[in-house]
Design a protein around this ligand. Structure first.
Ligand code: 13P
Length: 256
């Protein structure tokens, strides 16, 4: 039995219209979710308002996949935390590797976003992870340390407790090549150790660290059995109700 919050999170990326998002949520609600896990779904901006209305009264939390750190301003094409709140977002994914690699986001920018989200009461899911090249060059721990320290710079212990961390090795995202549960556990343990050295053991032990990268119904259980893996952040397999629901109910014993 996990003592930390167990989080099953879907990241829809650039998929689903408003209507598709609503139907997904209604169908998932009708299936009855695992009461021992928190369910998060990061929807496209356009579906935020409708999806959060659809999920009202359920345990499903709806959130966004990115935000700007400024409250408002001349930032064409960007969206602020204030706007996300207005549209019903309860959390936001920050520093996803697709944002870092395709859109050039730096650790410093992500750090500002984390602070802005916390200030507004939007829960950040901070993503970190190494590329294949970095792994092959044995730089994984350095990369994770640098990302964690920079993205969480200036964060207090109390603030840290509100954050979810997602370890997503870039080479495992959308490739069908998941990290083995032991590989993932090793990195989760490393990250928790790092958090402990900066913010103390008690805070580090309370933080849920999710794994992301080719999570499927078939591999969820093995991942979740690891001591330091407290949840999963799911891309492709969160797009159909059937597979996402199987992931949510990875532990048949908890079904009701
Ligand atoms: P996949 O599950 O499709 O590999 O994507 C993972 C991811 O990027 C979640 O944020």
């Amino acid at each position: 039995m996990k003592t930390r919050e167990v989080v099953i999170a879907g990241n829809w990326k650039m998929y689903k219209t408003i209507e598709e998002a609503q139907s997904f949520i209604y169908e998932l609600m009708a299936m009855g979710t695992n009461p021992t896990s928190s369910i998060y779904i990061a929807v496209p901006f356009t579906a935020l308002s409708a999806a959060s209305t659809a999920a009202k009264g359920s345990s499903i939390r709806v959130g966004a996949q990115n935000m700007h750190d400024a409250t408002e301003g001349a930032y064409t094409g960007e969206i602020s935390g204030k706007m996300l709140l207005d549209a019903g977002a309860q959390f936001v994914i920050l520093g996803h590797s697709e944002r870092r690699h395709l859109f050039g986001e730096t650790n410093e920018f992500i750090n500002r976003k984390v602070k802005a989200a916390l200030k507004l009461g939007i829960r950040p899911i901070l993503c970190i992870g190494e590329t294949l090249q970095e792994r092959e060059e044995n730089k994984t721990e350095n990369v994770l340390q640098n990302q964690l320290e920079s993205c969480l710079s200036g964060i207090s212990e109390n603030e840290l407790r509100k954050i979810l961390i997602a370890y997503e090795p870039v080479w495992a995202i959308g490739t069908g090549r998941t990290a083995s549960s032991e590989q993932a556990e090793e990195m989760h343990r490393f990250c928790r150790g790092l958090l402990s050295s900066k913010w103390g053991g008690e805070a580090a032990e309370s933080i849920s660290i999710l794994y992301g990268g080719s999570v499927k119904p078939e591999n969820t259980r093995a991942l979740m059995e690891q001591k330091n893996i407290d949840g999963v952040l799911v891309g492709g397999a969160s797009l159909t109700v059937d597979s996402f629901n199987k992931i949510i109910n990875y532990q048949p014993i908890n079904r009701y």
